[in-house]
Design a protein around this ligand. Structure first.
Ligand code: PEP
Ligand code: MG
Length: 887
């Protein structure tokens, strides 16, 4: 063959060809190679999809030619022919992108049926009812996906037919009933498209392939890619595969199974099936299926064969598999296998268990877990000791606790969530169209569908609580109500769900803090062995410090002292200090703050006994501690207009207003803050240093070891640090002189304005350590004020891909990162032993942590709940970059 290759028969591909064949195509190829019972087929590559778009949404000649050649081969393999009246080949046409996008793109099943082949199929199978049911399914699906005739028009026809005939379920329809339905379907298509339903199977095939290509760019696929950061240029492959039928009678069926429980990770086959049904019946969640274990009774031989294949597949792919299968008249076919989506709990347990079972290495286990997913394990859950009034029970489809107002529609869920209202999305079942509502909701409840229904799979992937198949619920989407036990509840009713138990309660329920599983602790201990980066926490009170230590923090990388000033009981004294007219008055107020500040430091340093604690001296502009001008202006005006107002009180308010106005800043982010405060009001920093040293003295005298690191914020010029350093030394020496106790401390600075990074060699002369404050460094490098940027334009920038990510969340390595690299390099040129860390929010983000590792920082510091994530991400960085295992 000359020219580019676009089409591959299954036996010609393999697992490595994922980019070309898509995940599904590569797997079908791999399974075919492993001699598993996979129905024959071929894959049209993702490059053909891109070619389709490049050609102006047209399948080009060479691609079409290769499809025809592959089709001829498929006909040879199966001994059937597309459109052959006596022995028709029927195929499925499925999308398959490089990364799994479940349910987001289109599929056509039963292709090849027409008015003539349907009769052939009936004769061949001796099952006329089955043949005509398949044909009507095909018309419905093809019309919806390819011709754009909405699915519900067909449902209306079917509902009317059932109603007229007095039937309640589809299986009650006989062959003749289906023939009538088909006639009505065809009339519907003619009316909508002005053309008869296409009868030429080759034409059907070409149109379906195009529709699958087009579905790469449907709205829900675009949204899904944005959420999961899948690049738009990848395109989808199309898999054409011989149909096998799970709806050929009681000896047929179809199902989905996971090799381990995707909610808990337990090593036990987990899944469900439906007898006499087709694949989409299970996934769509319209009938509630049977648990897989009961297949052992229903079809013992098939079950034994299936369990053996599951084990083989898991060992082959060395990961938890999600397997789709069909049984056609007693013969088992494997339709697909892929790495199963799972909750964080399951991911951790399965990875740790697989290490113990000798399937994977520790390093691989560490790399298997997405650090972001760990967040789910650190969520609060429902207190097991509280007796709950369970309103209804469903299947425990995705663990976690969630409370919110019920909504019945995805758009409404999105609307309310945007206003900050917590919602639970309640639907009979969900479809890929509901994806934005699922994203916006705290949890999902469905009345139909099983553990592998759309809602369940998507919720588990997103780490959201979900209960499915809650059949006691009667949901009336139109009237926005639901009914349980004869009682009706309106939209907006507050419910709580426990996705691990499948229970639903009225109102809010008490929650408890997370308990880390043994497997989780073990995995993190492996991560600690592997990683080189230190992990600290940002904490500014003893409670947070304790949580952080519990999660494995090796110290505090940032203790922001301003939060202590914000305490309601202290704010009057802080205000007194700020508003003081003379230094003497200010010192008097600071004297009152000193003992409380000292207690704060004692608490934190004691929690972190033996570990370093970086304490940052006051950073924010002083007016943040005062009432706003607007607020005061209203009060003053009211008092001025009130004839009975106390003159003295009015005078005081007016003078307060004047002082607040004096402190007003045009641009506080770039104003009088950080070390600029210490430069102008040294007494504030002096009090803080005194509090730190005295706290250390008290603790040391109690035998507690302390490692204070005093940090000066927002330094931009070495002279600022020089002056502040001598202030610290002077106060510390005085304190130690008084107490007679020596305290070991270091002095460092934050690097959070570009000039500090650019002159880091000079600044390092005065610093024992650098801590990169990448929040401010991002603001000052981009020239964005975070609040304004995030509120006004950053979303549009990210949506339009002007910026790849929000740089306040994921470190901008090319710009801000360059300054960090320069800061480290220049700093170490002056002082090779200079300690370096990061304490901006990026310190808890996996990509930024990887960058910190590559830049040679000593540690990252992040919020306490992100410490486990950071430990894992730090280990992944070492493993990836030292190539301990192939990745
Ligand atoms: C920073 O700027 O990165 C930082 C940690 O300081 P803050 O967020 O308190 O300004
Ligand atoms: Mg800062």
């Amino acid at each position: 063959m000359t020219g580019k290759r676009y089409v591959y028969l299954f036996h010609e591909g393999n697992a490595e060809m994922k980019e070309l064949l898509g995940g599904k195509g590569a797997n079908l190829a791999e399974m075919t190679r492993a001699s598993l019972p996979v129905p024959f087929g071929f894959t049209i590559s993702t490059e053909a999809c891109n070619d389709y778009y490049a050609e102006g949404e047209r399948i080009s000649g060479p691609v079409l030619e290769q499809i025809n050649t592959a089709l001829n081969e498929l006909e040879k393999q199966t001994g059937k022919k597309l459109g052959d009246i006596n022995n028709p080949l029927l195929v499925s046409v499925r999308s398959g992108s490089v990364f799994s996008m479940p349910g987001m793109m289109d599929t056509v099943l039963n292709l090849g049926l027409n008015d003539e082949t349907v009769a052939g199929l009936a004769a061949l199978t001796g099952n006329e009812r089955f043949a005509y049911d398949s044909y009507r399914r095909f018309i419905q699906m093809f019309s919806d996906v390819v011709l754009g005739v909405d699915h519900y028009h067909f449902e209306d026809i079917l509902d009317k037919k059932k109603h007229d005939a007095g039937y309640t379920h589809d299986p009650e329809l006989a062959a003749d009933d289906w023939k009538e339905v088909i006639a009505a379907y065809k009339a519907l298509v003619l009316k909508h498209t002005k053309e008869p339903f296409p009868q030429d199977p080759k034409d059907q095939l070409a149109k379906s392939i195009e529709a699958v290509f087009r579905s790469w760019n449907n709205q829900r696929a675009i949204v899904y890619r944005r959420i999961h950061k899948i690049p738009d240029h990848l395109g989808t492959a199309v898999n054409i595969q011989m149909m096998v039928f799970g709806n050929m009678g009681e000896d047929s069926g179809t199902g989905v199974a996971f090799t381990r429980n995707p909610s808990t990770g337990e090593r036990k086959l987990y899944g469900e099936y439906l007898i006499n049904a087709q694949g989409e019946d299970v996934v769509a969640g319209i009938r509630t299926p049977q648990p897989i274990a009961t297949l052992a009774d229903a079809m013992p031989e098939v079950y034994a064969q299936f369990t053996a294949i599951c084990e083989r597949l898991e060992n082959h792919y060395r990961d938890l598999q999600d397997i789709e299968f069909t049984v056609e008249r007693g013969k088992l076919y494997i339709l697909q296998t892929r790495n199963g989506k799972r909750t964080a709990q399951a991911a951790v347990k399965a990875a740790v268990d697989m290490v113990k079972e000798g399937i994977i290495s520790r390093e691989e286990a560490i790399l298997r877990i997405d650090p972001e997913q760990l967040d789910q394990l650190l969520h609060r859950s429902i207190d097991p000791n509280v007796k709950l009034d369970v309103l209804a029970r469903g299947l425990p489809a995705s663990p976690g606790a969630a409370t919110g107002q019920t909504v019945f529609d995805a758009d409404e869920a999105e609307k309310l969530a945007a206003k900050g209202i917590k919602v639970l999305l309640m639907r009979p079942e969900t479809t890929p169209e509901d994806i934005h509502g699922i994203v916006a909701s705290e949890g999902i409840i469905t009345s139909r569908g099983g553990m592998t229904s759309h809602a369940a799979v998507v919720a588990r992937g997103m780490g959201k609580a979900c209960i499915c198949g809650c059949e006691a619920l009667k949901i009336d989407v139109k009237n926005k109500t639901f009914e349980v036990d004869g009682k009706t509840y309106p939209e907006g009713s507050v419910l709580s769900i426990d996705g691990a138990k499948g229970t639903m309660m009225l109102g809010e329920v008490p929650l408890i803090d997370p308990v880390l599983s043994d497997e989780f602790i073990e995995l993190l201990s492996w991560a600690d062995e592997a990683r080189e980066l230190g992990v600290r926490a940002n904490a500014d009170n003893p409670e947070d410090a304790s949580v952080a230590r519990g999660f494995g923090a090796e110290g505090i990388g940032l203790c922001r002292t301003e939060h202590m000033f914000m305490d309601l009981a202290r704010i009057p004294v802080v205000q007194e200090m700020i508003l003081a007219e003379t230094t003497q008055d200010r010192l008097a107020a600071l004297d009152k703050l000193l003992p409380v500040q000292q207690k704060d430091f004692e608490g934190i340093l004691e929690e972190m006994a033996g570990l370093p604690v970086t304490i940052r001296l006051l950073d924010p502009p002083l007016h943040e501690f005062l009432p706003s001008v607007e607020e005061l202006l209203v009060e003053v005006t009211k008092m001025q207009q009130d004839a009975h107002a106390d003159k003295r009180a009015l005078y005081e308010k007016e003078s307060l207003l004047r002082k607040v106005r004096r402190l007003y800043e045009f641009n506080p982010m770039l104003g009088h803050r950080g070390c600029r405060l210490g430069m102008i009001y040294p007494e504030i920093y002096e009090m803080q240093v005194q509090a730190i040293i005295q706290a250390c003295t008290v603790l040391q005298e109690r035998g507690i070891s302390v490692q204070p690191e005093i940090m000066i914020p927002l330094v931009g010029h070495v002279n600022e640090l020089k002056e502040m350093r001598s202030l610290v030394h002077r106060v510390a020496s005085a304190c130690m002189g008084k107490s007679g106790t020596q305290v070991q401390y270091t002095i460092g600075t934050m690097i959070e304005v570009p000039r500090a990074a650019l002159t880091a060699d000079e600044i390092a002369q005065e610093a024992d350590f650098f801590s990169f404050g990448t929040n401010d460094l991002t603001q000052t490098t981009f020239g964005y004020s975070r609040d304004d940027a995030e509120g006004k334009f950053l979303h549009a920038y990210v949506d339009r891909k002007v910026l790849p990510e929000n740089p306040f969340i994921v470190l901008d390595q090319d710009g801000v990162g360059k300054l960090v690299q320069m800061g480290v390099k220049l700093g170490r040129m002056t002082k090779p032993e200079l300690k370096t860390g990061i304490c901006g929010e990026h310190g808890g983000e996996k990509h930024s942590i990887d960058f910190c590792y590559r830049t040679g920082l000593d540690y990252v510091s992040c919020s306490p709940y992100r410490v486990p994530l950071a430990r894992l991400a730090a280990a992944q960085a070492t493993i990836k970059h030292t190539n301990k295992v192939p990745v």
